[in-house]
Design a protein around this ligand. Structure first.
Ligand code: TXA
Ligand code: MG
Length: 347
């Protein structure tokens, strides 16, 4: 493919003409990257097997990792899935549009290419005007994985998409930065208890308010076999080697300072991922605050962009503090630990 068109679009009030142009590309079987509230998606017609093939090849995505299908209204759901569980209905009423993806049994209109041969399909309704209007104008559900090269940190602004996919896709709709910054929560309702296959932008606590007890796939622990195909791959990974430090906060800081000094002595370029509360404790070092420990959304929204920033700076070693796994912290720590290839040390 040749050029990729980059179109700036108003996130709150998208220009109709730009949406129509992008929708034409989707209808013709092409690929458009677009903003959602979580991360940028790489969209193609979910009903078109060839569009799915193009998505896999643009991302270099393993063939066994199914795509999420995006819809713009709950009414669209019955066209693509078989049997909607009661719990799903309650969740959709409360949390859609929003960062929650639910697994359903798929109808035959969804080709095997979109779901990597599975008989289930993951569906979500994104809380972003550009995404919703694009799906509506295209008149088809849109399959969209995160718009990054497979394995790299997910894209939270159009520049990140450009860096990974320029020349490989037809269009990038630039609607600014994504407010949540980590991907949607993927939920399986088919078993005895609701099961989180991927922690994400909607918290376990929020789900439990509606459903009672919710479990987390034990396969997400290091060395186990996850239920969701995508979770088994190295993911979100910067080029630099990365270490996550756990333990009481003062000890984390002490450990990171000690590690940074010894790495620098051996000639390594070190980048530290700290928080608003601790940033000043690393004088004379390359340090960024990922956000405020008391406002987890500030952390989730910055996480991937800081990993990419360290890469652009040519950092060799990233040392990251850890945060509490409550609320959004569960998704943040899942992404950080995976980005570090589970290279986690206790302070
Ligand atoms: O927030 C998001 O979910 C973003 C935006 C663009 O919507 N999309 C996203 O897609 O993160 P992707 O492809 O990067 O991640 C999809 C995840 C993968 O871990 C995949 O294995 C899982 O969802 N998944 C998709 N369909 C599934 C299925 N039928 N069964 C189990 N897991 C599934
Ligand atoms: Mg992804």
């Amino acid at each position: 493919m040749g050029k990729t068109r980059i179109i700036t679009i108003n996130a709150q009030n998208p220009e109709g003409e730009k949406i129509r142009e992008a929708a034409e590309i989707i209808k013709r079987g092409g690929l458009v990257a677009f903003p959602t509230e979580t991360v940028y998606g790489l969209g193609g017609n979910a009903l078109d097997e060839h569009a799915a093939e193009r998505i896999y090849s643009a991302k270099g995505r393993p063939q066994d990792n199914p795509l999420i299908v995006h819809i713009q209204s709950i009414d669209d759901l019955e066209n693509i899935v078989e049997g909607i569980p009661k719990e799903a209905e309650r969740l959709m009423k409360v949390f859609w549009p929003g960062p929650l993806t639910i697994l359903f049994r798929k109808k035959p209109v969804i080709p095997a290419g979109t779901t990597a041969g599975l008989d289930t399909v993951a569906v979500r309704m994104p809380a972003h005007r550009v995404a919703l209007e694009l799906i509506k104008a295209a008149g088809v559900p849109i399959a969209a994985p995160s718009a990054n090269i497979s394995g790299k940190p997910s894209p939270t602004c159009a520049e990140d998409v450009y860096e990974d996919l320029y020349g490989k896709i037809d269009m990038i709709l630039d609607g600014g930065t994504c407010p949540v910054g980590v991907e949607s929560t993927v939920l399986d309702l088919s078993g005895p208890a609701p099961l989180i296959l991927r922690p994400g932008g909607l918290t376990k606590e929020e789900l439990e308010n509606i459903l009672g007890h919710v479990e987390i796939d034990p396969g997400l622990m290091p060395g186990e076999k996850p239920r969701s195909p995508g979770q088994k791959y190295r993911h979100y990974a910067p080029r630099a080697r990365m270490t996550v430090v756990e333990g009481p906060l003062e000890l984390q800081v002490g450990k990171i300072v000690e590690l940074a000094k010894s790495l620098e002595k051996s000639g390594k370029k070190v980048g530290i991922m700290a928080t608003a509360q601790t940033r000043h404790l690393y004088p004379h070092m390359t340090v960024f605050s990922v956000g405020d420990r008391n406002a987890p959304l500030t952390i989730s929204s910055n996480l991937f962009s800081i990993l990419r920033k360290f890469d652009r700076m040519g950092v060799d070693e990233i040392l990251a503090e850890s945060i509490s796994k409550d609320g959004l912290g569960l998704a943040v720590m899942n992404r950080l630990n995976k980005a570090a290839g589970y290279n986690i040390i206790k302070a």
